[in-house]
Design a protein around this ligand. Structure first.
Ligand code: ZN
Length: 633
């Protein structure tokens, strides 16, 4: 019998090896222990068992196998984790049904678009000349898959439509835009794009049209082919060098496009909008290529732009990630349980050097990023770029100066203290500036000894006679921060992606529904019987669970097939097994809740209620015992 993809990968990759590349493991008997990467803790309560192929955290309850570990740690969906582990194990994936889910199709579209841009790049002297002028080598262009979106309104769209993908799908991944009534929402129309229209116009008629459009009379893209004027969609990226943005598994989820000639009107960079694949708060540009170096060197470097990143990697500084095209969000995890971008690098290493442009805007952005990083417990330094340049130019000019800037990075508190002292010459205003700009940073530093060190530094350099003044201010600021509910400081998301919903459906449940979907697809008669069992066990919650699972049906079917193979006989066995575990879990949940109610009732002396709840507890315990011994009959 063929092994399933998951079994094959698990047999080749021991869990301590997989987890060990991300977390420092310590031997503890037959198992390993570590500080949990999923919650902040001082002493280790995270255990890895090679015998059972699983991990468990006694602190936060995180548990699972190598797949759920990669999913959780890297903030990926199941497919993303499968891709990473299959590559690591050298297993070729042969799961069918892989083109069923819309999510998978969206990934295919992004991959095809990336190849299209790469291909166009090889034919565009203009794009090649541009990257060369910025100091980017041919090797880096290939490594980062940089491409070229040609001028014109429908090059990519036509290419993708020939592969039978419709406008709705292309719109969904943000590659095309819809014409909105008479006005183009794209502000670059009439500026950079008019040149393209003019270039396309060969007859005098279309030249006139193009001219009319340029001056704002007509807002419809056109070329010689009049049938095209009726189309409602157009390419979002035109005449731009394209930087594919990848998730930590290396799959393209979005793009950032840069114009090659500044015209003073078009935005220098244009980014994909948020899509089901691309969530700006959970992606960092370059993370897929930087993660192992961040782990090895135990710090990351956060730069602003894609150019900065590519050149830094080119110079051999490969623990660099870029914020551009992403949105740094407060907190390490969003309301929906998705890891935010800084949360992702925090797991790899708590140390970060922020190296943004040295202009005022760059400095402001750096301090904002620093505030977020501090608030999730990171140790933050800021690099002052030598010569007041941006990192990309510095690297191009002199790699050694880039390394020197990084070596001289200062802790963010010291960095801002120096700024304040340099800017404010009036001593009477110094304290106020410190209160506004430096103390809020200092408040976030966790270690008391570090805090004391900086308080002393501020006292000495700012000439404050008594450091109690500083400590009192810090107390006031800390209280003010506490008063603003920390729970409200999470990213607000426009829409929930399917991967987030998958995470909310608990593991056993996910697998049960996945097997049911596989059975449905093959019209297996036992599907109905099995579904009835599940209904009985889940009780009132069945409808809610089924509805949640249905939304990600293709994903769950794919996952189940990867886990349990395409052999129908195996499905029965696994379903029964998982169902009995699931039943125990559900009864357990019920039992915990009832016991909690019981304790409350006892406290408030509601005797009648106590008796009733006690009976219910007994009943549940009996059911739990029975479920453990019998399973599905
Ligand atoms: Zn934990």
């Amino acid at each position: 019998m063929n092994r399933s993809a998951v079994e094959e990968i698990k047999s080749r990759l021991p869990i301590d090896e997989v987890v060990g590349t991300y977390v420092k493991l310590e031997k503890a008997g037959k198992s390993y222990k570590a500080k949990c990467p999923f919650h902040n803790e001082k002493s280790p309560s995270f255990f890895v068992s090679p015998d059972r192929g699983g991990y468990y955290c006694f602190g936060c309850g995180a548990k699972g196998d190598i797949f759920s570990f990669i999913q959780q740690f890297e903030g990926l969906d199941f497919r993303g984790a499968l891709k990473i582990l299959a590559e690591k194990a050298g297993v070729t994936l042969t799961v069918d049904r892989k083109a069923d889910g819309e999510r998978d199709i969206l990934f295919q579209i992004m991959e095809t678009a990336t190849q299209f841009f790469e291909d166009q790049y090889s034919k565009s002297p203009l794009a090649q000349e541009y990257l060369k002028s910025r100091g980017i080598s041919a090797e880096s262009q290939k490594t980062f898959r940089l491409g070229w979106a040609p001028e014109g309104w429908s090059n990519l769209r036509d290419h993708l439509k020939r592969k039978n993908w419709n406008d709705l799908l292309l719109d969904k991944v943000g590659l095309i835009k819809r014409k909105e009534t008479d006005v183009w929402e794209d502000t670059s129309v009439g500026t950079a794009s008019s040149a393209a229209v003019l270039a396309n116009a060969r007859s005098s008629r279309s030249a006139t049209l193009a001219l009319a459009k340029t001056v704002g009379f007509i807002a419809v893209p056109t070329d010689n082919n009049s049938s095209k004027t009726s189309q409602h969609y157009y390419d979002r990226f035109r005449g731009r060098v394209m930087f594919p943005i990848m998730d930590s598994g290396g799959r393209v989820v979005g793009f950032s496009g840069r114009i090659v000639k500044d015209d003073g009107k078009s935005a220098k960079y244009l980014n994909s909008p948020d899509t089901p694949l691309y969530d700006k708060s959970s992606v960092l540009y370059g993370l897929d290529k930087a993660k192992s170096e961040i782990r090895r060197l135990n710090y990351s470097i956060l730069v602003e732009g894609q150019m900065d990143l590519v050149l830094s990697h080119q110079a051999g500084v490969r623990n660099t990630v870029a914020a551009s095209g992403t949105a740094l969000s407060d907190g390490s995890v969003s309301k929906e349980g998705v890891v935010n971008n800084l949360g992702l690098i925090r797991r790899l290493s708590p140390n970060v050097i922020i190296a943004f442009d040295s202009d005022l805007a760059g400095r402001k952005a750096a301090l904002r990023a620093a505030g977020i990083a501090l608030s999730i417990g990171m140790d933050v330094k800021i690099a002052d770029i030598i010569g007041g340049k941006d990192p990309a130019d510095l690297v191009k000019e002199n790699v050694e100066l880039w390394r020197q800037s990084l070596r001289q990075a200062k802790n963010v508190v010291e960095f801002e203290l120096d700024n304040v002292l340099a800017e404010i010459t009036d001593r009477r205003k110094t304290l106020q500036a410190l209160q506004e700009r430096v103390f809020p940073l200092l408040v976030n530093i966790e270690k008391e000894t570090d805090k004391g060190h900086f308080v002393g530094m501020i006292r000495d350099r700012a000439g404050i006679a008594n450091e109690d003044v500083i400590w009192n201010d810090l107390k006031v600021i800390a209280n003010r921060l506490k008063a603003a509910d920390p729970k409200t400081v999470v990213s607000t998301k426009s829409s929930r992606t399917s991967s987030e919903i998958v995470k909310n459906v608990d593991r056993a449940e996910r697998q049960l529904f996945g097997i049911l979907y596989l059975m449905d697809k093959d019209n297996l008669p036992q599907a109905k019987e099995y579904r009835d069992h599940l209904k009985k066990i889940a009780g009132d919650s069945y409808q809610r669970r089924a509805k949640q699972a249905d939304m990600v049906m293709a994903d769950l079917a794919f996952e189940a097939e990867a886990y349990f193979g395409s052999d129908q006989a195996g499905w029965d066995k696994h379903f029964r097994e998982i169902l009995s575990n699931f039943e125990r879990d559900i009864i357990n949940e019920d039992l915990m809740d009832t016991m909690k109610e019981l304790r409350l009732a006892e406290k408030s002396g509601e005797h009648h209620k106590v008796a009733e709840l006690a009976r219910k507890c007994q009943e549940l315990s009996a059911r739990k015992a029975k479920a453990s011994s019998s399973g599905m009959q």
